[in-house]
Write a protein that binds this ligand. Structure first.
Ligand code: PEP
Ligand code: MN
Length: 354
């Protein structure tokens, strides 16, 4: 099967609701994404890990049958969801799920990851591994390795931030960018996605987090999109609608163009640097000849400053400058400075200071 995460299209964008809440909500979400912001894959939470009991825990298998319906209607669209238990993997394999992810509450538990890896063995599912809640690169790497060892070839990492107690930052989960950067140093070929929704915890932080991820060369994003974010049953503050996603992706594309502009600017700056190097070299050569002239003038008892030569030189240089499209005043100032330095060097030599 063609690998999903190693695709050429960059950034790879996954979007969809935190949780599937109803057939209509999922259909509306997919329709709005199709029109406003086509994405590479739709995320849909089927089983929701909740920190405390009593919240909405996802609809389970019925929601997967709505995914099947959508797959019939949009055969090229891919779907992914979180799995936490081997039974979840089995159910995904019975429905039209293309990729699964191991969530932050599961990826830090080697027993759970081992069981999931076992269930994934021999399947064609692509797998994403979210960073564990603790900022432990090896634990994250270990979870990825367990999945790879089960023979899954299409694997990606998702950076969703780390939970710290009263860390004083506005984000729900602190990014600690150095952790995924270290993971990428250890596993350079592993695609790395950013989940700014769970990192920021509020839609107002999405843009800044996505731009930082772009600067760090992330391969893509997973973003929570809901047809009516204000009515979402889970993660209400951080979800956006498909139009909001379109705006974010446009902003990101603009940022990339600015990045391109930076690259072009750098090329031109390198050219300027090379020209300046030649100018400085030429100036040094010019002053070296001034020193030789000083010795000859001294031997002939001539004055260092020769007004006729200087006036003739200035006339010629200004004419040449005009012909080259340069400003006469600028050239006069430049040559007055060069000539003054040349005379200073010559007089020093002729007065035996050098
Ligand atoms: C999610 O993506 O729905 C989720 C629960 O994320 P995380 O595992 O990052 O908390
Ligand atoms: Mn969520």
């Amino acid at each position: 099967m063609h690998p999903i995460f190693h695709s050429e299209s960059k950034p790879f964008v996954i979007a969809g609701p935190c949780s599937v809440e109803s057939r209509k909500q999922l259909h509306d979400c997919v329709t709005s994404l199709e029109t406003a912001a086509p994405v590479d894959m739709v995320r849909c939470g089927i089983w929701k890990p909740r920190t405390r009991p009593g919240g909405f825990e996802g609809l389970g298998e019925p929601a997967l049958s709505w995914v099947d319906e959508l797959h019939e209607r949009h055969p090229s669209l891919r779907f992914c969801c979180e799995v936490a238990r081997p039974e979840h993997v089995e159910l995904c394999l019975n429905h039209h799920i293309d990729a699964v992810w191991i969530g932050a509450r599961t990826s830090g538990n080697p027993f759970s990851v081992g069981e999931l890896a076992q269930a994934l063995r021999g399947s064609s599912l692509a797998v994403m591994v979210k960073n564990p809640i603790a900022a432990d690169v090896s634990l994250w790497q270990g979870a990825i390795e367990r999945v790879l060892q089960a023979g899954v070839s299409d694997v990606a990492a998702i950076h969703r931030g780390f939970h710290l107690y009263h860390d004083g930052v506005p984000y729900r989960n602190k990014p600690l960018w150095e952790v995924p950067v270290e993971l990428r140093r250890r596993m350079p070929d592993l695609p790395l996605l950013c989940d700014p929704s769970h990192m920021g915890g509020h839609r107002r932080y999405l843009e800044a987090l996505m731009l930082t991820a772009a600067d760090l060369g992330y391969d893509g994003y997973m973003i929570e999109v809901h047809p009516h974010p204000a009515e979402a049953l889970t993660d209400r503050e951080q979800q956006i609608d498909a139009t909001g996603l379109r705006h974010l992706l446009e902003r990101l594309a603009l940022h990339r163009q600015e990045g391109d502009a930076d690259i072009r600017l750098n090329i031109l700056r390198q050219q300027i640097d090379a020209i300046d190097e030649r100018l400085i070299q030429a100036m040094g050569d010019r002053m070296e000849i001034s020193r030789k002239i000083a010795q000859m003038k001294q031997a002939c008892h001539m004055a260092a400053y020769q007004p006729q030569r200087w006036e003739a030189l200035m006339r010629e240089r200004i004419a040449a400058a005009r012909a080259a499209g340069l400003d006469a005043g600028f050239m006069r100032t430049l040559y007055e400075t060069i000539h003054a330095e040349s005379i200073r060097i010559q007089e020093d030599i002729m007065n035996n200071k050098q």
